[in-house]
Design a protein around this ligand. Structure first.
Ligand code: TSB
Ligand code: ZN
Length: 585
């Protein structure tokens, strides 16, 4: 989907359209006051104070009509430049603009404003020359937004929209948006009963329903087996730790704003953990280690809690309670390259299994100027960053570098994916860490019998089961590969009177083989049941009619295909078991 912000001419017309929106709102709601109206990836928005009035999507068509009227009227958009004091005078009745102007630097900065007909707005510009060209727009949604994005402030109303140069471009874009909405895992998750939320549990705390739990369990088994084969040792550790644990690790100083507040129990002060590294450091320190034992790979499917802004939480993709597919790898400095390589290979292997192709590698580096955020050891940083680059180049992978995006303890490689709706997110991550082992005074004995400090690699291949599930649901549009589908086979007897008994025997046979099977014995028409089977994204529908009963066979249709195939029961079972085992490869 097009990124409006990155396209210069679209950026300008979207920004101009934000002014057109404000003007129309002002006509319809004369009390309206305006905060900011920037261009964003999806188009534009304007944050508006409407006092007690709360807009809904039903109000948008009237605003659009007013916008069209103003556009037809065709006023020119005129720029005017002001000094700071002139600007303060001009906007003296508008507390929002005064707030913006007051924060502009010196007295001699040039401040610009733009006027179209009866509407003037403070703005840097540039804009299109006349409102006449702002014809092909659509208002998309309205939502609440705290003033300055701060939950302590009052709520403004944010109207989103998008504008294009031609009607064809707008139409094509709206169609894409519609498709993206259909792919949104929140919609699929609801339709397929994968997860739910409830205010009584809280924001960003989804509840996994039985269908979702099957997906998650299968993902856990899948990655567990891979990791076991690669020599990982899995542990279980508590999802809380004392504040002192996180003071020792440094999270208390560097990560506190992402943590839930602490709670006192007797004499101990606990926090819900945002990360599992400190626990795993302690697991490592439970034994003495020789260089011969390394790498040691401690894995866990671990629940973590993070404070995510309430406006940022999103379905399973961004939650406040998550389960990481986490591991911490303890290596000698010489083993960094080799071990990092194995992690990258595992990421590629997993993505191949899931048929994921749309992702980007991002190498997140420190900003050497930012001494606050990053621990101060130039040599360590340079060494670590170069090591990661080397491996990526060796794999011949495409990646881009992001300065200032590293964790406070080291550089990292992130895999970025684009959800159906909203900005990119990180799925897999692999992070080097020279610091944490020092904080926990970890050691191993080297060849010469001397104590050395190991290096830690933090890595999460599926990221969290939450986010990974969200992404896979979107990529597959809910039609999961057979091994992952909550229901794998749907048996549909054509007529209960004649075919139910046969269908029930087949159901039992498949069930005994641990195949997730359903039998739709409702007295409904075959066509209706078939359509529902497709809607529920069940990979196989088996149809049992006279022919099948007489021949002791089955007929099946794969979801979203038109062809019905008749085979013997044994052949069908063999094929199914093979497909499940091979995970679609
Ligand atoms: C990999 N200590 C490391 C760990 O050892 C760590 O916590 N890294 S992380 O902060 O990057 O988180 C790991 C993964 O969790 C991310 O790559 C991302 O895929 C996933 N994740 C992070 N925040 C959320 C969230 N709010 N909701 C769902 N998944 C999340
Ligand atoms: Zn970690």
């Amino acid at each position: 989907m097009i990124n409006i912000k990155e396209n210069e001419s679209l950026s300008i017309i979207n920004h101009s359209c934000a002014h057109l929106l404000a003007q129309a709102v002002k006509h319809l709601y004369p009390e309206a006051k305006f905060w900011v109206g920037p261009v964003v990836e999806e188009g534009f928005y304007y944050d508006i104070d409407l006092g007690d009035i709360t807009l809904t999507e039903d109000d948008l068509p009237a605003i659009e009509r007013e916008m069209k009227k103003i556009s037809k009227d065709g006023k020119r958009i005129v720029r005017q430049e002001l000094t700071k004091s002139e600007a303060l005078e001009k906007f003296k009745d508008d507390e929002y603009k005064i707030d913006l102007i007051s924060r502009m630097d010196e007295e001699d900065t040039v401040i610009s404003c733009y006027t179209q007909g009866d509407f003037t707005d403070l703005c840097r510009g540039p804009h299109v020359e006349t409102v006449k060209v702002l014809k092909n727009f659509k208002l998309l949604k309205v939502s609440g937004a705290y003033w300055k994005g701060d939950a302590k402030n009052h709520m403004l109303q944010r109207i989103y929209g998008v504008c294009f140069e031609t009607p064809e471009d707008l139409e094509a874009h709206l169609k894409e948006l519609e498709e993206a909405k259909e792919r949104d895992h929140r919609k699929i998750g609801k339709n397929l009963d994968i997860f739910m939320s409830h205010d009584l549990v809280g924001k960003g705390m989804p509840l996994w329903l039985p269908n979702g739990a099957i997906i998650r369990k299968n993902l856990e088994n899948y990655i567990y087996e891979k990791e076991q084969k690669l020599g990982y040792k899995h542990v279980y550790t508590p999802c809380v730790g004392t504040v002192n644990l996180y003071k020792t690790s440094g999270h208390w100083d560097h990560y506190k704003e992402n943590m839930f507040p602490s709670m006192k129990v007797d004499e101990e002060e606990f926090v819900l953990r945002p990360m599992n590294c400190p626990h795993h450091m302690l697991v490592y320190s439970n034994d003495l280690h020789s260089y011969r034992d390394l790498p040691i790979r401690i894995g866990e499917f671990a629940a973590d809690f993070r404070y995510e802004a309430s406006g940022a939480v999103k379905g399973l993709e961004r939650v406040r309670c998550m389960c990481q597919n986490d591991a911490h790898l303890f290596v000698t400095p010489e083993q960094i390259g080799e071990e990092f390589k194995k992690v990258v290979a595992l990421i590629l292997d997993v993505y191949k299994d899931f048929g994921l192709t749309k992702y980007k590698f991002r190498l997140s580096l420190r900003d050497p100027e930012d001494k606050e955020k990053y621990f101060d050891d130039d040599e360590m940083w340079n060494q670590a960053e170069n090591k990661l680059r080397e491996v990526l180049n060796e794999f011949g992978l495409d990646y881009y570098e992001a300065i200032g995006e590293a964790a406070f303890y080291g550089p990292k490689l992130d895999v970025e994916v684009k959800p159906a709706v909203g900005p990119e997110v990180t799925l897999s991550t692999c992070q080097l860490d020279f610091l944490l082992p020092r904080k926990f005074e970890l050691s191993y004995i080297d060849k010469e019998g001397n104590k050395q400090i190991p290096v830690v690699i933090h890595r999460a291949i599926l990221g969290t089961f939450d986010r990974f599930t969200a992404f896979v649901l979107e990529e597959t549009k809910g039609l999961l590969p057979l091994w992952l589908s909550p229901v794998q086979i749907n048996i549909i007897p054509v007529n209960n009177e004649y075919h139910l008994e046969y269908a029930e025997a087949l159901y039992k046979k498949l069930k005994d083989l641990n195949i997730r099977v359903e039998l739709d014995s409702r007295d409904e028409k075959l066509g209706y049941k078939m359509r529902e089977s497709v809607m529920k994204k069940i990979p196989y529908a088996i149809i049992i009619g006279n022919k099948e009963v007489e021949e002791n066979s089955i007929s099946y249709r794969k979801c979203k295909t038109e062809e019905t195939i008749n085979v013997s029961i044994d052949e069908f079972i063999n094929n199914i078991l093979e497909e499940i085992k091979n995970k679609g490869n």
